[in-house]
Write a protein that binds this ligand. Structure first.
Ligand code: PMP
Length: 344
């Protein structure tokens, strides 16, 4: 490898060290300085490359994985893509149980990367035998020599971000970061990054973004699992219908809930204002920033880092499709349809 010449032995050497990009327009009315940690610059185009590589290499170090063994995971798509990529380079089989809520593009992409994909119904409870958790567990029991990544309950998920995302952000902001804003799904990103940052400066505010229809915010505030909070929503990868142990709730100062509709429009706005073509949850994170600014969270000294988990190309048939937006009823008097399309 000659990193100085940008020559690498394989694609895995490009994981991490993603850029921090200043937001110049979308946050211009708010006090403070805002930066996006754009995880789409990972070779698998999402933040999940970090955990796939870390968890698989830790299993190798412990002698759990041998060449030809099988790696199993439940995934909304991104983690699956990253595991498939790492598996190809390292010579493992990859089996993925995914939610039917995942976009068709994501599922096709996983299959293109050599993974075996099982599509499971999204709106059943976690203990239902049809859920992707139960399907993955069953396959892990049945396949000898298999490793179950189990990202929602694996502390190495937190450790991956503690060892990479956190130190990168600290260095990139020269220790001046005041706020971290990150979506919470498994909670690995926010918890691991927060752990590292709070060790450097305990005053850094850590803010999690949750979805309406998810239990995380309520659990953080009350310590109770309230199943009445659960209902279907459209954002993929954010929020949860269970309490993941990969979330360290104590490291998070506050949760903000964002809607499907506003998050979708904010993702589209990011493309048009900042030239950043990023995923639905990046829109959700900036939607959270907007709400936080309205609540007076930031002042002129704030240096806010917002994690952008993945790339917009994975949402062509959803957020970036006018037809899909229309079907969801997301174009209304507040949000007009795109005006840059000329129809004959
Ligand atoms: N955004 C997207 C698109 C994701 O796939 C995920 C992972 N489920 C997240 C955000 C949340 O990251 P984490 O699981 O580390 O909380």
């Amino acid at each position: 490898m000659r990193e100085d010449l940008q020559v690498f032995d394989n694609v895995l050497q490009l994981i991490g060290n993603t850029p921090l990009i200043h937001l110049n327009r979308i946050t211009q009315d708010f006090e403070g300085d805002f930066f996006a940690k754009v995880e789409a610059f990972n070779p698998g185009h999402s933040t999940k490359d970090r955990i796939a590589l870390h968890i698989i290499e830790e299993a190798e170090k412990k002698g759990i994985l041998k060449p030809g063994d099988t790696i199993i995971e439940t995934t909304s798509g991104n983690t699956g893509f990253s595991i498939a990529m790492v598996s190809i380079i390292k010579g493992y089989e990859c089996i993925l149980a995914v939610s039917s809520k995942s976009s068709k593009d994501k599922i096709d992409m996983l299959r293109s990367m050599g993974a075996k994909v099982y599509v499971c119904p999204a709106h059943v409870s976690a203990d239902d035998p049809r859920s992707y958790y139960q399907v993955a567990k069953r396959m892990h029991d049945e396949i000898k020599g298999s490793v179950y990544i189990n990202q929602y309950f694996n502390e190495l998920n937190i450790e991956a971000h503690y060892k990479s995302t956190g130190p990168e952000i600290w260095k990139q902001t020269e220790g001046k970061i005041t706020h971290l804003v990150a979506c919470s799904g498994t909670g690995g990103t926010i918890s691991g990054t927060a752990k590292f940052l709070k060790e450097q400066n305990p005053n850094i505010r850590i803010i999690g973004i949750d979805a309406y229809g998810s239990v995380l915010k309520k659990y953080h505030e009350t310590g109770e699992f309230d199943s009445t909070e659960i209902y279907p929503y459209r954002i993929e990868g954010l929020g949860k219908n269970l309490i993941p142990t990969a979330t360290d709730f104590e490291s998070i100062d506050k949760f903000v809930k964002v809607s499907d509709e506003e998050s979708a429009h904010t993702a589209r706005e990011l493309a048009k204002t900042e030239g950043l073509f990023v995923g639905y949850t990046s829109g959700a994170a900036v939607q959270g920033v907007k709400q936080l600014a309205e609540e007076g969270e930031f002042d002129e000294n704030s240096k806010v880092v917002v994690i952008f988990p993945d790339h917009g190309s994975r949402y062509m048939s959803k957020v970036y499709s006018d037809d899909w937006m229309n079907e969801q009823g997301f174009f209304d008097s507040k949000h007009e349809k795109s005006t840059n399309r000329i129809e004959f």
